[in-house]
Design a binder for this molecule. Structure first.
Ligand code: MN3
Length: 227
């Protein structure tokens, strides 16, 4: 029940060779079977996510700017940085967050009463919310992410971002505190679902960690001030 697992606080390690480092997955590679297959998880975490971390460190080292203490702080001033930092800092944060809001199908659970009520208020029903979220993911042209966020006024919104952009970036068209995210890059689903992104998004609900998402919702207003 700790927020440490669900609210990634990625500290910089200025002075050492690697400013940011890749944490292991918070569960086994096979944990999300059969919804997300083991091979996809291995490639996604060990190759794709690792590449964002490696390239982020390279881009930061190549710049002459002081690196903020946290990845969140970097995202909040991302408009001041080159695209290589933007894309790879987003890639690192988005994937760390993504792993934290997934879990084994038998542990998926349900939204907390408070989050459930907020979803009903915003969308009318849980089913209408999932429909809206899936539609955002399906209609995001090319690569990107679908999000459920809590906005500054406390309301819920579903939105999508292109590439590795994030609602935490100061450049974001729609900002908010992420509660849930779905990676809709082909590398997230192609091995098992091929080009059928809607099928992947429909199956995605079976591995959502509602305990983590609910904790994100309950801590969201403070998290927003932190940035
Ligand atoms: Mn990905």
């Amino acid at each position: 029940m700790t927020q440490v697992q669900t609210q990634p606080q990625i500290k910089s390690n200025a002075g050492s060779k690697d400013i940011f480092t890749l944490a292991p997955l918070p569960y086994d590679y096979a944990a999300l079977e059969p919804v997300i297959d083991t091979e996809t998880m291995k490639f996604h975490h060990d190759k794709h996510h690792q590449a964002y971390v490696t390239k982020l460190n390279e881009a930061l080292l190549a710049s002459e700017r002081a690196v903020p203490d946290t990845l969140e702080a970097l995202l909040s001033e991302i408009s001041k940085w080159p695209d290589a930092v933007r894309n790879n800092a987003g890639g690192h944060w988005n994937h760390t967050f993504f792993w934290s809001v997934l879990t084994a199908p038998q542990k998926s659970g349900k939204p907390s009463p408070a989050l459930g009520a907020a979803i009903d208020k915003a969308y009318g029903s849980f089913a209408k919310f999932t429909e809206a979220f899936q539609k955002k993911g399906e209609t995001q042209f090319g690569s990107g992410w679908a999000w459920l966020v809590k906005t500054a006024d406390g309301s819920l919104e579903v939105l999508s971002t292109p590439n590795q952009d994030s609602p935490l970036m100061d450049s974001a068209e729609q900002s908010g505190t992420p509660l849930l995210a779905a990676d809709v890059w082909e590398h997230a689903y192609y091995l098992k679902y091929q080009n059928k992104r809607p099928d992947y998004l429909k199956a995605f609900w079976n591995v959502v960690n509602w305990e983590a998402v609910s904790l994100n919702f309950e801590g969201a207003s403070n998290a927003l001030k932190r940035h």
